[in-house]
Design a protein around this ligand. Structure first.
Ligand SMILES: C[S@@+](CC[C@H](N)C(=O)[O-])C[C@H]1O[C@@H](n2cnc3c(N)ncnc32)[C@H](O)[C@@H]1O
Length: 215
């Protein structure tokens, strides 16, 4: 699941993960993070998600990172914003108003580029990555955000029935990545729909709230 894999998915418009409106689980559960309306939030592996627009409309300063440059440009265009585009090490940074999207590899993003993060919204990011990459992703996310609170949307299904992405990341694996540094609460689950559920014979989406452990 390297950059080439995702570029091909975008080029061929095989982006079944992209939703036509803000994710209902985000809308229903975002307030559980209990952060200030204008607090800065980070959306890793953001695609061109309308969740970005929803978070902006709530008043947040929103930073994302995404491989696909056209997807990033599309977000600004649909918001009617003309971004300033600058180099940021190996990444490019598109900025306009309260929206800042980095184009390039999320693993090249640093804490200094990101600045303060009050909360992370991970939908289809952890589960987009193969098993061997997920531990590194979780460590990197905690490192660059100072273990910021998270709203984490994952899915769990029988991985032996079909391949990812999206991958099944069951509760015990979420605990493996984050359990040492976060207190975690399962907020809700809902039955998995779409082609993955058909291939896997069911499954569920899971929404968790992660709060950094007080040492
Ligand atoms: C499954 S999609 C989810 C997109 C978005 N979160 C959403 O809900 O629509 C995963 C996205 O992550 C991007 N991606 C995967 N690995 C990445 C990486 N290492 N750095 C930056 N973007 C990455 C892909 O291009 C793809 O757009």
């Amino acid at each position: 699941m390297d950059e080439g894999f995702w570029e091909e998915r975008w080029r061929e418009n095989r982006i079944g993960f992209h939703e036509p409106e803000a994710n209902a689980l985000l809308v229903d559960h975002w307030d559980r993070l209990d952060i200030a309306p204008d607090a800065p939030v980070f959306v890793p592996l953001c695609g061109k998600s309308l969740d970005l627009d929803w978070l902006l409309a709530r008043g947040h300063a929103v930073t994302g990172v995404e491989f696909n440059r056209m997807a990033v440009a599309e977000v600004f265009a649909r918001l009617g914003l003309t971004p300033a585009v600058t180099k940021a090490g190996p990444l490019e940074c598109f900025t306009a108003g309260a929206l800042r999207l980095y184009v390039g590899d999320a693993f090249a993003l640093t804490a200094a580029m990101l600045g303060p993060v009050a909360a992370i919204y991970d939908r289809a990011a952890l589960i987009a990555l193969p098993p061997e990459t997920r531990p590194r992703y979780a460590r990197h996310l905690m490192e660059v955000t100072g273990t910021a609170p998270q709203l984490l949307v994952t899915m769990a299904y029988d991985q032996s029935q079909t391949n990812g992405p999206p991958f099944s990341v069951p509760a015990e694996e979420v605990t493996r990545h984050y359990g040492a540094r976060y207190d975690m609460a399962l907020l809700t689950t809902r039955p998995l729909g779409g082609p993955v559920a058909l291939r896997a014979g069911g499954g569920e989406e899971q929404v968790r709230l992660l709060h950094p452990r007080v040492a």
